[in-house]
Design a binder for this molecule. Structure first.
Ligand code: 5CA
Length: 445
């Protein structure tokens, strides 16, 4: 993409309404614009990051054996009356009436709709285990939408639902989700810690939230710092292997880690003092096992191996995809702007032409642009007639992990400069070597 043709409305001034750094930077870098309170338009640059996160979520869900699908945003109130949540959900639910006077709602989550789909098609344990998920816009009429996409009213969420014949197989589904979530967040360059939590309006006793540590997080968290050393890395996971998934869950849930809702001071003091941490965290996902809560009220039964009709065991599993865009920025920025991890960056590399209009510089940039594109990389070429300082400031603000700087002086010696946004370190390289180096870097992602 050429910057001269891209819609990147960066702001010079810091927007007064934004209280936290991710909200400020998303507005300044032209990623989002508020449409109304807690509701945002995703401009091209923000949309690109959102799509990258969505793709990572899909890849990891499919790897775990889960079925992608798509349910609507508007749902019939009748299903929610069956489960009893139409009244319980309270003012957070946006209710609408259609022209025939039928009660509808903008879905805040999908337990009821998916249970309805399930009960109309599945009757036997032989069709299980089954996990269905979708990534769709949700609406919760939050009292205080704030912090930009962190606590929106309309937000983009992955929600998945497992259906199993009994409690042990549903626990495997829970563990499998935990492992797939750990992989998902690691791929996004994040450390998200599973913490024992409270189930709220979803229900059930078993639940973990995944938290990214950040001063601006809305949750208060307590944890053993030993958990920060855990990493899945590239270990091979067999998602059908109950023991392996249970062992990984065990590894991550053994060190103390809880949100304030379930914090137990007595248990916490057993952690060696030097490792006892308390801080703030951003909740980027939550997994639940709630057994037969919805299947009983909605008559979702299957015949088990003994020939008995039993209510199906369920859990639900969410990832806050739009909130993650903000969470990644909270975890990765400096005073000049965003620093994207390579796996989620909107463009792989920025090309800065120091002297637009200079024949040698223009030609070198065009050649680089074509070479990078041919290798499957996505460059953003700043081809505007702007001062070098302004071009650098824009690149720093939007946070692409790599920048190639091209100028007449370097070109006289046959070199360009490759700079890391994170470390600020630069290397002087021949243009073709800069391309080769970037191909190498992105091959590892
Ligand atoms: N049905 C379950 C699991 S799918 C559920 O709805 N879980 S949830 O309420 O915990 O939401 C899942 C994730 O969505 C949360 O972990 C959080 O990351 C994100 N989320 C929730 N509310 C908002 C909001 N108002 N704005 C942005 N993201 C949100």
């Amino acid at each position: 993409m050429r910057l001269s043709r891209y819609f990147l409305p960066v702001l010079k001034e810091t927007p007064a309404e934004a209280q936290i750094v991710s909200h400020r930077l998303m507005l300044r870098a032209g990623m989002i614009r508020q449409a109304s309170a807690g509701i945002y338009s995703w401009l091209p640059m923000g949309f690109k990051v959102l799509r990258k996160l969505e793709n990572i979520v899909h890849e990891e869900q499919i790897r775990a054996g889960h079925n992608p699908m798509l349910m609507p945003t508007l749902q019939s109130a009748d299903l929610w009356r069956e489960s009893g949540r139409y009244e319980d959900y309270g003012d957070e639910m946006l209710r609408v009436t259609d022209r025939h006077g039928r009660d509808m709602l903008y879905g805040p989550t999908n337990e009821e709709l998916i249970t309805d789909i399930f009960r109309n098609s599945v009757t036997s344990y032989k069709q299980l285990p089954l996990t269905l998920y979708h990534i769709q816009w949700k609406f919760r009429d939050e009292v205080r939408p704030r912090f930009g996409v962190m606590r929106g009213r309309e937000f983009f969420m992955k929600d998945g639902y497992n259906f199993d014949v009994d409690q042990p197989s549903a626990m495997h589904a829970y563990n499998r989700h935990m492992v797939s979530y750990l992989r998902t967040y690691e791929r996004m360059g994040l450390k998200a810690i599973p913490m024992r939590a409270d189930s709220g309006p979803i229900g059930g006793d078993d639940t973990h939230e995944f938290l990214v540590l950040a001063d601006t997080g809305e949750s208060e968290v307590f944890y053993d710092s030993a958990i920060l050393d855990l990493k899945l890395g590239d270990r091979e996971v067999d998602y059908d292997n109950w023991d392996q998934c249970a062992a990984i869950k065990q590894e991550w849930t053994t060190p103390y880690a809880r949100t304030d809702e379930t914090h137990d001071e007595a248990a916490f003091t057993k952690v060696p003092e030097a490792r006892r941490m308390s801080s703030r965290g951003i909740e980027v996902g939550q997994i639940f096992y709630f057994g037969t809560k919805y299947s009983e009220s909605m008559n979702a039964n299957v015949v088990n191996a003994e020939g008995e009709r039993v209510p199906v065991h369920m859990g639900s599993h969410g990832i806050g995809v739009s909130r993650l865009v903000g969470a990644i920025i909270e975890a990765s920025h400096d005073d000049r702007g965003i620093i994207w991890p390579e796996s989620v960056t909107p463009f792989d590399v920025g090309i800065v032409n120091l002297k637009q209009g200079d024949t040698a510089a223009d030609e070198a940039c065009e050649t680089l642009y074509r070479a990078l594109t041919a290798k499957g990389l996505e460059p953003l070429y700043d081809d505007r007639k702007e001062r070098a300082g302004a071009k650098f400031a824009t690149m720093d603000l939007i946070g692409l992990p790599w920048r190639i700087t091209v100028g007449p002086r370097g070109l006289k010696n046959g070199i360009v400069e490759l700079t890391s946004r994170k470390t600020g370190e630069s290397q002087e390289l021949k243009p073709e070597d800069a391309v080769a180096r970037l191909v190498e870097i992105y091959a590892e992602i």
